[in-house]
Design a binder for this molecule. Structure first.
Ligand code: PLP
Length: 371
């Protein structure tokens, strides 16, 4: 059994992927070829926003809007400590200061009440200027955007949705990647919509931001590539990767449904056995991960060993909160500062999750957990 089995998906579309690759080899436009625009148009349409700007990775998709907004030294950017390093890394990379805010203990997403308090504290201290919030749609579940959008408006600061894991999720009829001023996603192979390498995209309704992102993507280009009006990146996505996403995207809406079926089956079989994930009313998760809680770190170790003995892979997202990472030691934070995040990093672990996970496998996995 695999943690994420991408081969099953590939078998369904192998011929189409081969054809797409041959098409790119035939036209030879490896950089910014026609598949890039085609993919951007389809994804913007699906998400229901005006613009999609593809880029080289989910990390660049976070970095580029912050660059466009001129975020830098002296600025505070609020985010969760319970996420992948990239979310906070981009803040630090620009010389701004990540301000961590603890998570809600049922959604594992940033806690809006604590967020409001953290912004007030930064204002009262007067050392940093609150500039932006980056909530994360952890494991595929959208963060509490109704509450967070109100906070962003109250303080007049930018809101960037980190939907690297969240593409395909929903709140009501609004899709993930449509919240805030801009949203970022990743096409890393293991994400809900992946390519066969690195890739990412930014979504926005803001025309001015769109123009800046297009410029930043190619070294801050102005009229042309050799007219540089700002500092940017080589942030382009490969044409070949866009060609892959185009074919995988055909399967994607159905895959979100299949992932939700897998999650439902896990939930039913594991009710009362472990703490299963909870999805608030009106929310839809894209189930990047199916994560459950053990009683404590020791219990988790025991369960993971039993799974391993039965040839069932499992993984821990995330074993260490970002405020406890050496890379952020200069912030002077430590144990006890974000108790919920720290507790979850001791207890949480994820089970195999992909659209084509079979009912028989779910039975096998849950039987081991029940024993
Ligand atoms: C994967 C991930 C990223 C970074 O995406 P890459 O494409 O790997 O650069 C950013 N944020 C979160 C929450 C992620 O899971």
């Amino acid at each position: 059994m695999q943690f994420i089995d991408l081969a099953k998906q590939q078998r369904l579309i192998k011929d189409k992927i081969d054809q797409r690759i041959q098409d790119v080899l035939a036209h030879g436009k490896y950089i910014m070829g026609p598949e890039i625009r085609e993919m951007e148009a389809q994804l913007a349409d699906y998400v229901g926003v005006k613009h999609c700007v593809s880029c080289a990775s989910g990390t660049d998709a976070l970095l580029m809007p912050l660059l466009a907004w001129g975020i830098g030294p002296g600025d505070a950017v609020f985010t969760t400590p319970f996420t992948f390093i990239a979310t906070a890394e981009v803040i630090q990379l620009l010389g701004a200061t990540p301000v961590f805010v603890d998570i809600d203990r049922t959604s594992y997403n940033i806690d809006p009440t604590l967020l409001d308090e953290a912004i007030e504290t930064v204002i009262a201290e007067g050392k940093l200027k609150p500039k932006a919030i980056i909530p994360v749609d952890l494991f595929g579940l959208p963060a509490d955007y109704p509450a967070i959008e109100a906070i962003a408006q109250k303080y007049d600061i930018k809101l960037l949705e980190d939907a690297a894991q969240g593409f395909g999720g929903q709140i009501g009829d609004k899709l993930a990647c449509s919240f805030g001023d801009a949203a970022s996603t990743s096409f890393f192979p293991a994400k809900p919509l992946g390519c066969y390498g690195d890739g990412g995209a930014i979504f926005t309704d803001d025309d001015d931001l769109y123009e800046k992102l297009v410029s930043i993507r190619v070294h801050g280009k102005g009229g042309d590539k050799y007219d540089n009006v700002r500092i940017g990146l080589n942030g382009r996505m490969d044409t070949l990767q866009a060609a892959i996403v185009l074919e995988k995207f055909q399967l994607f809406p159905n895959e979100v449904t299949l992932r939700n079926k897998v999650a439902k089956s896990y939930n039913e079989k594991l009710a009362g056995v472990v703490v299963t994930p909870s999805v608030p009313d009106g929310y839809l998760s894209s189930w990047a991960q199916y994560s459950i809680l053990a009683k404590d770190a020791e219990d988790r170790q025991t369960i993971q060993s039993k799974l391993k003995a039965a040839d069932i892979p499992s993984a821990i997202y995330y074993p260490k909160s970002l405020h406890q990472q050496t890379a952020f030691a200069h912030l002077g934070l430590g144990a006890g500062d974000f108790p919920v995040s720290e507790e979850m990093s001791q207890r949480i672990f994820s089970l195999p999750m992909y659209p084509y996970l079979e009912e028989q496998d779910i039975k096998t996995i849950t039987e081991v957990l029940k024993s």
